[in-house]
Design a protein around this ligand. Structure first.
Ligand SMILES: [Zn+2]
Length: 571
């Protein structure tokens, strides 16, 4: 493999503590190495006057599987927003805006310097489809989170607080689906939706199962830590998207109290709360809708065993999609656009509804402000990550614009002025009064070092320390001269150079290689549990419409380049 020396860039890397220092980064055999380890044959990439960071990690996006594909089928008009185009070099045809094709997904992430992406909600029964799409997505390493929060096995075990059985089931399901982490979506509420109901509060009962969201969440934290998985539970809480829901969010976050992370992966959190922007709303109706970002950020700041990602609203037309089935029905009643709903037997459900975050609607402006407030009020960028819950709050391709808003108070001010109801956006949020501008070092923590740590992958990704994977992004942005408000968006949209495990995949803003993408999954070993094996067998015979043999994700076809993270439950 070719060796490279990335020379003389301004390096931002929380892992090694470089805060824009001029430094060299050496790459050999797919890893970061000391510069002294390079042979004379190495190639040099001149990064003079440019920004250098590790490859970025996506902690939460919907980029593969039946729900995403349903969105593509259901919204052919989405493709009209961007032309199909063939790039220079080796790039294949790619299209779509909020629900891009698999190729466009890989290309767009890579061009922004992203090298690892987590698909945030894999319905276990359709894991094969998720893997087929991930396999088809070039360049980026990917993993997927199977959903557990409305799963019949989980609810039956946790009703009796059977943590060991829950852990054994998680271990089985992660292996069966080649999944990476425990995802929870509207715990209990999606199952209740099967009865036309919902769980809006953590103490609301789930019909038939005689359990509450609180018991599901705490039980899954305990099972997750019993196993010592790389990532913590990853939760989309109850009551998403409703005025006044911040109290539900605080109730949910409080469930992490008293728990400590276990296992060898070095994360500090026991709960990752995702797209918390959608969960930080005040008021009791849309007319008096307001931000409660400060209340939520204050709580997160004080509790180190919680991490969050934001779910920034980007003010675009997009496609919402979530396993929160009842929410999508509610949303379609609000906006009167089309609605798709899918049930996944025994496990979960999903809905899809188009959405326009219009700058002319005051609620959308306040949602935009709440996202930025959450990030700007967060004291620890290692625990707060940049997402749009793609495509729910906007397409991930808008990340560079979010950098601009976070780095430039002037850029935020210009957007506030552009709102039709700028007075109301200002009165219902405190964004206009916040002058903090994030540094590239802080943004590197929010997009690299922080997510790598929270995912339990800091031994592979997120930094430029020798021994880590050589995932490196170089951007045409001179932090000493260039104005972030004017130039950062273009610089991040089309990186100058991106390496994925030591291979240049983007060169001068163009795709240079399809890379050698891997699928990350977690192989968690527990001691044999005959009861759980019997329960699984019984449920397949009694209820599932497929048999066990047709359920598991096995073989080269689905996961051609697997990367298993081994976990041994230490009990
Ligand atoms: Zn999501």
């Amino acid at each position: 493999m070719t060796e490279y020396l990335v020379k003389n860039g301004f390096v931002f890397d929380p892992v090694t503590g470089l805060k824009g220092d001029k430094a060299d980064v050496a790459i050999k055999n797919g890893k970061i190495v000391e510069t002294s380890e390079l042979s004379k044959k190495h190639k040099t990439v001149d990064a003079h006057g440019k920004t250098v960071m590790a490859g970025a990690l996506e902690v939460h996006a919907h980029v593969a599987g039946p729900k995403v594909n349903e969105g593509r089928n259901f919204r052919p008009e989405d493709k009209l927003q961007t032309p199909y185009m063939k790039g220079k070099g080796i790039q294949r045809m790619a299209g779509g805006w909020s629900i891009p094709t698999t190729y466009k997904t890989g290309y767009t992430y890579a061009k922004m310097g992203y090298t690892t992406v987590m698909e945030a909600a894999m319905p276990p029964l359709y894991a094969r489809h998720v893997h087929e799409e991930m396999r088809d997505t070039p360049i980026i390493d990917e993993g997927a989170f199977p959903v557990f929060g409305n799963n019949w096995f989980v609810m039956e075990y946790l009703k009796n607080h059977e943590i060991e059985n829950t852990a054994a089931y998680i271990s089985w399901l992660l292996r069966a689906t080649k999944g990476f982490a425990v995802k929870i979506v509207n715990p209990g509420g999606t199952e209740a939706w099967g009865w036309g109901l919902n769980c809006l509060q953590v103490k609301d009962p789930v019909p038939y199962f005689d359990i509450t969201p609180e018991e599901i969440i705490k039980g899954l934290i305990e099972a997750n830590e019993y196993l010592g998985l790389p990532h913590s539970i990853h939760i989309h809480g109850n009551n998403l998207g409703n005025p006044g829901n911040y109290t539900t969010t605080l109730d949910t976050l409080k469930l992490a109290q008293g728990y400590k992370p276990k296992g060898k992966f070095g994360r500090d959190q026991v709960m990752h709360h995702t797209h918390i922007q959608f969960h930080s709303y005040g008021g009791d109706k849309w007319a008096n809708f307001e931000s409660k970002a400060r209340e939520v950020a204050d709580y997160v700041n004080k509790h180190k065993n919680i991490t969050i990602d934001v779910g920034f609203v980007t003010l675009d037309e997009t496609t919402t999609m979530t396993a929160d089935g009842p929410f999508e029905h509610h949303l379609c009643e609000l906006n009167h656009l089309k609605w798709a709903n899918v049930d996944v037997e025994l496990e979960t459900a999903a809905g899809v509804v188009p959405y326009v975050y219009s700058p002319d609607i005051f609620v959308c402006g306040v949602q935009w402000a709440i996202g930025l407030e959450l990030a700007l009020l967060s004291k620890d960028p290692m625990r707060c990550y940049i997402t749009t819950d793609h495509p729910n709050a906007g397409p991930f391709s808008r990340y560079p614009r979010i950098w601009k808003w976070l780095m430039s108070a002037k850029a935020r001010e210009e957007q506030i002025k552009a709102f039709k109801n700028s007075d109301k956006v200002t009165s219902q949020s405190e964004l206009a009064g916040i002058d903090r501008e994030l540094s590239l070092y802080e943004i590197a923590a929010m997009t690299r070092a922080g997510p790598a740590k929270a995912l339990g992958l800091s031994h592979m990704y997120g930094g430029l320390k020798p021994g880590l994977d050589a995932d490196v992004a170089i951007y045409n942005f001179n932090p000493e001269k260039d104005d972030a408000g004017k130039m950062i968006e273009d610089a991040i949209t089309n990186a100058y150079y991106v390496f994925k495990t030591g291979v240049p995949v983007v060169v001068d803003g163009e795709i240079a290689s399809h890379g050698n993408k891997r699928t990350l999954w977690v192989d968690a070993k527990v001691k044999e549990n005959p009861q759980v094996i019997r329960d699984i067998h019984d449920k397949f015979i009694k209820y599932y419409t497929v048999n066990e043999g047709n359920y598991e994700v096995v073989g080269h076809h689905y996961v051609p380049n697997p990367f298993a993270i081994e976990v041994e439950a230490s009990h």
